[in-house]
Design a protein around this ligand. Sequence first.
Ligand code: B4P
Length: 191
Amino acid sequence: MMLIIFIGPPGSGKGTQAERLCQRLGIQHLSTGDMLRATIAAETDLGVQAAVYLQRGELVPDQLVVDMVGETLAQSPYAEGCLLDGFPRSLPQAEALDGLLESRQIEISQVLELEVDQPELIERLLARKRPDDTLATIKNRLQVFQNQTSPLLDYYGQRGLLASVNGNGTVDQVEDRVQSAMASQSNVSEH
Ligand code: B4P
C-alpha cells in the first residue's frame, strides 16, 4: 500500500497539492482538516467538540483525530493507498500512527514537507476567507505549527523518509517540484 504524508504550515498548499498528487497516483486524499469541518457542518458530537479548537486555531485533541484516521484507514478504498494531508500534526499523533501502521504491516512510502515564507502564508490564508483564516487565528496556527508539528520533520528525517519541497511560487511550479521529489524517492512509483 502506498502511504504518503504531507507536512506544512497552514496555507503552504497541502490541500491544493494533495488533490493533484492523489489524482495522478490514483490514491485517496485523507485531509483531517476537511474531515473535521465535515463533522462541524453535520453538527455531530465530535463536530461540536472540534469547532472550538478550529475557531481558536488550536489542535483538536490527539485521540479524537487518531481515532478518526484509524477508522478511515481501515476502510476501502483508503486501505489501498492514501495521502495523509494534515495528519500527523504532533509527536503523539505520529507515534499513534506508527502503532497503527505496524499492526497492519504498512510502511510509510514518503513524507513531503512544503516550505513557504511566512508573509506568503498569511497572504494566501487571508485571501481564502475561511472562518479560521482571521489574522489572530492564523498567527496562532503558525505558532502551533512551530511548536507542535515542526518536531515531526526531525522525527521522519532521521528515518530517511523526508523530502522538503519549496512551496513558494505558482501551484503549477510547486506541483513540478513535488513530482521531482517523488521521482527521486525509489520506493514510490506511479501506477
Ligand atoms: P487544515 O484544514 O489542515 O488547514 P491548513 O493547515 O490551513 O491547510 P490547508 O490545506 O487548508 O491550506 P492549503 O495550504 O492547501 O486544518 C485546519 C484546522 O483543523 C487546524 O488549525 C486544526 O484546528 C484542525 N486540525 C486539522 N488536522 C488536525 C490534526 N491532525 N490534529 C489536530 N487538529 C487538526 O491552502 C491555503 C490557501 O492557499 C488556499 O486558498 C489555496 O488555494 C492557496 N494556495 C495553495 N497553493 C498556492 C500557491 N502556490 N500560490 C498561491 N496560493 C496557493
